[in-house]
Design a binder for this molecule. Structure first.
Ligand code: PLP
Length: 402
């Protein structure tokens, strides 16, 4: 019954989701407090109180048919204008409401823009490690994913390898900063270099090559780290933003796509993207959530809670002998596995510690730990991490290497 194109998706169903389901089963068997589930990027920090208050106020104050009705496929005009204004104030951009298309989260924003620009066979370049869903999104429109191998020393993009992979078939490049799974934030210097390479290749091949900046973690940056806004670096940039992590609203499915005036054929792209949003079946982003966003543009989740988790987990794992870079943003640690990453995840599972293998991000040899969990879970899990480190002699290995 199912389509040939669906079969590989079913067979390779997301390891992250599989681990999450496993966690639920284990919690029933051993009790929730005895399972240390670090598999899913599901924020545990609650949405700001203002979000719930906004829902109540909207229901009281705004007309029901307006709040629950259809609107323009791109979203409510006042919401889009408010989002544009907020971006302009924060980043010195010059967006207006037509540049903003409200979407069903970043996942939908990515699908909208890829549907809008991809012809079959067009290549889309990504940097490993990358969020695995990109492969599915690109294949939805018969595009071909081209992977730049990771630089595991820094987890910054390997720009020589990047340049080598841009061909006359390249239509788009996806970046994700702050990054899932590494927590790396691309500096202005890196963005300038990526832009420089893309401009050179656009000239060489006489075509538009677009940069898609996937930004669900923009607001999650620690120690005052700056997350440069990407559109000023490169003219053909699209931004896929989401409130899933920045306001802890992943189930509400709300975000937006930025299509700046500077992109080639911007008016046509805006019109086409609005149609993509409709024909993909989203029709429009959830109406109530759009109205909530407009009232909560200045709100933030409690970043300090993630920071506390980051410090405790990073410092403890380093103390036990694990190798990893300190994440600057997002809420993941990407840790070197002492053996094959899948085998290591299997072993950790025996200690009721659920992690995701780096192979799921095209970066074998590493594992991802999502620390968007309670501080208490991290405290309780530390003896298990210590035992795991001891079982592999990580401390001795580290001392031997020094
Ligand atoms: N992009 C990245 C890198 C993600 O990690 C996620 C979710 O975890 C998404 C996109 C999808 O986000 P959304 O919930 O906004 O669709």
């Amino acid at each position: 019954m199912i389509a040939d194109k669906m079969r590989p998706l079913v067979e390779n169903n997301s390891a992250i989701r599989a681990m999450f389901e496993e966690g639920k089963k284990m919690a029933l068997l051993y009790g929730r407090e005895n399972v240390y589930d670090f598999s899913l990027g599901n924020p545990n920090v609650p949405a700001p109180k203002a979000v719930n208050q906004a829902i109540l106020d909207i229901i009281k104050e705004e007309e029901t048919t307006f709040v629950h009705g259809y609107m323009s496929n791109a979203g409510y005009e006042d919401v889009r204008a408010a989002v544009a204004g907020s971006l302009n104030r924060r980043f010195g951009t010059h967006f207006h409401l037509e540049n903003i298309l409200m979407t069903v989260g970043a996942a939908s924003g990515m699908n909208v823009i890829l549907k809008t620009i991809l012809d079959p066979g067009d290549e889309v370049v990504v940097f490993a490690p990358y969020f695995m869903e990109y492969g599915s999104y690109v294949r939805n429109y018969d595009g071909v994913l081209v992977v730049v191998p990771p630089d595991t020393k820094t987890f910054y993009p390997d720009l020589e390898e990047f340049e080598r992979r841009i061909t006359k078939k390249t239509k788009a490049v996806i970046i994700n900063t702050p990054n899932n799974p590494t927590g790396v934030i691309y500096s202005s210097g890196t963005l300038e270099k990526i832009a420089g390479i893309m401009e050179k290749k656009e000239k060489e091949y006489g075509k538009s090559i677009v940069l898609i900046s996937d930004e669900p973690y923009r607001e999650l940056a620690y120690d005052g780290a700056e997350v440069p806004y990407v559109t000023p670096f490169y003219h053909n940039t699209f931004v896929c933003y989401s409130y899933s992590k920045s306001l802890s609203l992943p189930g509400e499915r709300i975000g937006y796509l930025v299509i700046p005036d500077e992109v080639d054929d911007s008016q046509k792209v805006i019109a086409a993207a609005t149609i993509s949003n409709r024909v993909l079946g989203c029709v429009n982003a959830p109406s109530l959530m759009q109205r909530v966003i407009m009232r909560c543009l200045e709100e933030q989740v409690n970043l300090e809670a993630y920071n506390r988790n980051r410090e405790l987990l990073y410092n403890s794992l380093k103390e036990y002998g694990f190798e990893c870079i300190k994440p600057e943003g997002a809420f993941y640690l990407f840790v070197k596995a002492p053996v094959d990453d899948k085998e290591f995840c299997g072993y950790c599972k025996e200690h009721r510690v659920l992690l995701v293998p780096g192979s799921s991000f095209a970066c074998p040899g590493y594992v991802r730990i999502a620390y968007c969990v309670s501080y208490d879970q991290i405290v309780r899990s530390l003896p298990a991490f210590k035992k795991i480190a001891e079982a592999y002699g990580l401390m001795e290995r580290k001392e031997g290497a020094e």
